[in-house]
Every structure is written in structure tokens, then in C-alpha cells.
Write a protein that binds this ligand. Structure first.
Ligand SMILES: *[C@@H]1O[C@H](CO)[C@@H](O)[C@H](O)[C@H]1NC(C)=O
Ligand SMILES: *[C@@H]1O[C@H](CO)[C@@H](O)[C@H](O)[C@H]1NC(C)=O
Ligand SMILES: *[C@@H]1O[C@H](CO)[C@@H](O)[C@H](O)[C@H]1NC(C)=O
Ligand SMILES: *[C@@H]1O[C@H](CO)[C@@H](O)[C@H](O)[C@H]1NC(C)=O
Ligand SMILES: *[C@@H]1O[C@H](CO)[C@@H](O)[C@H](O)[C@H]1NC(C)=O
Length: 447
């Protein structure tokens, strides 16, 4: 008991030395708030307020301190009133701030220094990526790992959840070569787990200067209510091109249904409609069938959009018919297939153009070999430098030159169409590139 007593009095003495005494009543703790958020995009604004008694009162007059004052000296000893609008923020504004307020009942008396508040400026480095392991739909009672990673070396990561105002959670980055990663494991009892998450990265010497946010990730808890049922009209097997509707229904008065397809990140959602027979239903029209795959649906309530029912029994949907007539299945990542296809078309077009160029260059040479002097005057200006004396030699430089002048040569093609069949394809190996464009032709020209 003696020991505790002396420690207590020592603490009181040291507090009294560091800060002016605060009025009696421990709840007068000073705090600093940032609105709309302490995480501010570069160029954005943030409003700072100093308050006491757990936010019940705002200090009319207050001063603001930055822990590292090397960048923003302006706040020191300046008296601010009601609030301070800071911005447009730059990386130099990032850091920890504290405030001290003066009480209205005794204006000369200043409060204790508040706890630090970190103002984070985002959008300075490249965004990291955020992933849920094993997935973003978390069965109630199970654990999920949120993994933030980057190909930049970030020593710090911050995990931020939308909806509720919450201070970003600091995670220590683990470095692997030129990349970095941090895991956050969310336990089975976390009732406030669901929501929209983003993560940010930063480097050691300026921890509050953050990257752009990762793409948002919705974490949903499932298994909170009884499962709905899922059925397909006209049936789980349809002809390619036929419309298909998936109906999710339940006796439970859900407000919203979510249809998820195995292997796909985004789910579809529709409001539930109540039927006369006492069920609550939503019909997902999937359009012309392309939709082989396994589907499940979930129900939820308006007030808690991230809390879902158990999944319906899985429904396996298959599409029959001539496979060459069916559209590409949406399970294929579209961005992966369409870009190369687009490239194929581009490459195909270029190859054709270059071929024509070479073709007419060769045609031209063939012609000029035949009637040397006569052709000379009719030639397009761009071809003048072709060395006629070495006309038999296949010089790569000549070919390159011909490509650059393909506009001129293409014009030549139009004016002499009758000469085309005369020339044999001298470079057949180039023609073999043409089938590149074929897969697309198949898709486009099928009825
Ligand atoms: C303090 O300021 C905040 C933000 O404007 C406001 O919502 C709150 O009502 C204020 N508190 C008092 C007691 O005026
Ligand atoms: C706030 O400060 C101003 C001077 O800067 C002073 O006139 C005023 O009385 C102060 N108000 C309070 C409530 O302390
Ligand atoms: C994060 O968790 C995943 C999966 O458990 C694991 O493979 C990875 O090594 C972990 N990374 C870190 C930095 O702990
Ligand atoms: C599919 O549904 C759409 C929208 O209701 C309709 O316009 C279209 O005619 C239907 N197609 C077939 C093949 O039933
Ligand atoms: C309720 O009615 C809807 C159509 O209004 C129907 O699709 C559904 O199967 C019915 N459910 C029951 C349990 O009768």
C-alpha cells in the first residue's frame, strides 16, 4: 500500500509539472477530432476541432500543435476559434496533431494537451492490393485474413473500414525482396467485422504519407439467418441463347437478395418482393444463356447490408447446344480474352498493311526491272531513294523504307488493281500470320 501511494503522488506531481492542471473531474479529457475523416486525400480538406467531456463541448478557443513542427509551423501559438479547416492538404500536412483549449468559464485557463491524432494524407504512392483469405464471404464464427500487399516496399500498412468512423488500423509490413505484405486476422467473435475495407501503404520515414487506397473490398458475414431457396426457370438446363431466370425466395421477410456465382467476386443484388402466398422473392433475369456455373443466393435486411443468411443450396446451371454458337462464358475473365483479341486484330491489320507494302514494293521493283527508264518519272517521290542498280538484292533496309512509305504505296495499289494477280506471293511465310484474325471472324459472322 505504501508503494502504491508514493507512485500515485509521484505521477500527480509529474503531470502537474508537464501541463497546467485541468479542472476537477477526470472526464474533462481533451481530444482532437477530424471531420469528415483523419484520412485525407491529397488536395482535400479536413476540419479539426478540439473538444472535452467526451465530445459534449467544443472549445471555442484552442491552439493546435503538430508533433513534428518542421513542416507546418503556422499553428504554434495561434489561437483558433471553433474549428480549423485545413487544406488543400499536401504530404507536409501528414503527421500527429494535439490541441489545447481554453474553458469558457475561465478563459485564461487552458486544458491539458490532448492525445495525438494522426492526419494521414493519401494518394502519394501507388495503391496496394487487398485480398480476403479464404474469401470475402465469411461464415459466422469463422476467421478471415485480410491481406494487403504491394510490389512497393511499404514498412507500414493501414487498414480502414468505411461506414463507421474508425481510426485506421496499423499493420507492420513484412518485406520480401522488392515487395511487401501484411496480414490482419479477424476472429470469429468480431461482430463489427463486416463492412467495406481499403488498405494503404507507407514508408518508414513518413509513415502518415500514404499510398492511394486499394480497391474496396466488401467483407460480409453469412449464416446469420435461415437459408432461402433458389430455383431456375425454365429449368437448370437451357439451350444456348435462351433466357434464364433464377428465383431466390424465402418465408423470411428479407429486404434484399444476393446472387453469387462460384468463382466470381461480385454478386448481383435485387430487392425482395412479397408474394400473395407469403413468400419473399426476387427474380434474377440472366438474359440469353451463357451462364453455366454454380449459383447460390443469400437474403439480408436493409439495416445490415453486410450480414447475410446461410447460402441457399447450390444450383448448378448448364447450357446446352452447339458450343460454337454460344457466347463466351462470363467465367472467363473478360479483360484477359478481349485484350489479346483486340491485339490480334491490330496485329492482323498491321501485317496486312505491311504485306501490301512489301507486295507493292516488290511489284514496283518487278515493274521497274522490266521498263527501267519509263517508270522512273511516274514514281512517287517517297521511293526515289530505292537503289535501282541493286534491285536484285533483298536489302532489309529497303523493306523498312518501303514500310514507312506505305501510304504512297497503298495509293499505288488502288490505281493498279489489275496488276495484282500477276505477282506471285513472294513471301508466303508472312501470310501464315493471317489466321490470327480467324477466331474473331467466327464469333462475328455466326448467325
Ligand atoms: C461540436 O462540433 C461538432 C461538429 O460541428 C458538432 O456536431 C457538435 O454538436 C458540437 N458540440 C457542441 C456541444 O456544440
Ligand atoms: C477567445 O479568444 C478571443 C481573443 O482571441 C477572446 O476575445 C475571447 O474572449 C475568447 N473566448 C473564450 C470563450 O475564451
Ligand atoms: C499471410 O497469410 C497467408 C495465408 O495464411 C500466408 O500465406 C502469408 O505468408 C501471410 N503473410 C504474412 C506477411 O504473414
Ligand atoms: C430475353 O429477355 C429479354 C428481356 O425480357 C427479351 O427482350 C428477349 O426477347 C428474351 N429473349 C428470348 C430468346 O426469350
Ligand atoms: C409463391 O408464389 C410465387 C409466384 O407468385 C411462386 O413462384 C412460388 O413458387 C410460390 N411459393 C410457394 C411456397 O407457393
Amino acid at each position: 500500500p505504501v508503494c502504491t501511494g508514493s507512485t500515485m503522488s509521484l505521477m500527480v506531481v509529474s503531470v502537474a509539472c508537464v501541463a497546467p492542471p485541468s479542472p476537477p473531474g477526470g472526464q474533462d479529457k481533451t481530444s482532437l477530432s477530424a471531420q469528415p475523416s483523419a484520412v485525407v486525400p491529397q488536395g482535400g480538406h479536413v476540419t479539426l476541432r478540439c473538444y472535452y467531456r467526451r465530445g459534449l463541448y467544443n472549445f471555442t478557443n484552442f491552439t493546435l500543435y503538430k508533433d513534428d513542427r518542421s513542416h507546418v509551423p503556422v499553428f504554434h501559438s495561434r489561437i483558433l476559434q471553433e474549428s480549423f479547416l485545413m487544406g488543400p492538404v499536401t504530404p507536409a500536412h501528414a503527421g500527429t496533431y494535439r490541441c489545447r483549449g481554453s474553458y469558457p468559464h475561465s478563459p485564461t485557463e487552458w486544458s491539458a494537451l490532448s492525445d495525438p491524432l494522426a492526419i494521414m494524407v493519401t494518394g502519394v504512392h501507388k495503391k496496394p492490393s487487398l485480398l480476403a483469405l479464404p474469401g470475402p464471404l465469411v461464415k459466422s464464427g469463422e476467421t478471415v485474413i485480410l491481406q494487403c500487399s504491394s510490389d512497393t516496399v511499404f514498412e507500414h500498412f493501414f487498414l480502414h473500414r468505411e461506414v463507421t468512423f474508425e481510426e485506421p488500423l496499423h499493420l507492420v509490413g513484412e518485406l520480401h525482396g522488392g515487395s511487401s505484405q501484411a496480414n490482419y486476422s479477424m476472429g470469429p467473435t468480431t461482430s463489427d467485422l463486416p463492412g467495406t475495407y481499403r488498405c494503404y501503404g507507407s514508408i518508414t520515414h513518413s509513415p502518415y504519407v500514404l499510398s492511394a487506397p486499394s480497391d474496396p473490398l466488401d467483407i460480409v458475414i453469412t449464416g446469420l439467418y435461415e437459408k432461402p431457396s433458389l430455383s431456375a426457370q425454365p429449368g437448370p438446363t437451357v439451350q444456348a441463347g435462351e433466357n434464364m431466370t433464377l428465383s431466390c425466395s424465402s418465408q423470411t421477410s428479407f429486404d434484399m437478395y444476393h446472387l453469387s456465382r462460384e468463382g466470381e467476386a461480385k454478386e448481383l443484388r435485387l430487392p425482395a418482393v412479397s408474394r400473395v402466398n407469403g413468400t419473399f422473392q426476387a427474380n434474377f433475369l440472366l438474359g440469353p444463356a451463357t451462364h453455366g456455373g454454380t449459383y447460390r443466393c443469400f437474403g439480408s435486411y436493409r439495416d445490415s447490408p453486410y450480414e447475410w443468411s446461410d447460402p441457399s443450396d447450390p444450383l448448378s446451371v448448364s447450357v446446352t447446344g452447339n458450343p460454337s454458337r454460344s457466347w463466351p462464358s462470363p467465367t472467363e475473365p473478360n479483360s484477359k480474352t478481349s485484350i489479346p483479341r483486340h491485339l490480334h486484330v491490330l496485329i492482323g491489320t498491321s501485317v496486312v498493311m505491311i504485306l501490301f507494302t512489301i507486295f507493292f514494293f516488290l511489284l514496283h521493283r518487278w515493274c521497274s526491272n522490266k521498263k527501267n527508264a519509263a517508270v522512273m518519272d511516274q514514281e512517287p517521290a517517297g521511293e526515289r531513294t530505292v537503289n535501282r542498280e541493286d534491285s536484285d538484292e533483298q536489302d532489309p533496309q529497303e523493306v523498312t523504307y518501303a514500310q514507312l512509305d506505305h501510304c504512297v504505296l497503298t495509293q499505288g495499289k488502288i490505281t493498279h488493281p489489275s496488276q495484282r494477280p500477276k505477282t506471285p506471293p513472294t513471301d508466303t511465310s508472312v501470310y501464315t500470320e493471317l489466321p490470327n484474325a480467324e477466331p474473331r471472324s467466327k464469333v462475328v459472322f455466326y448467325p
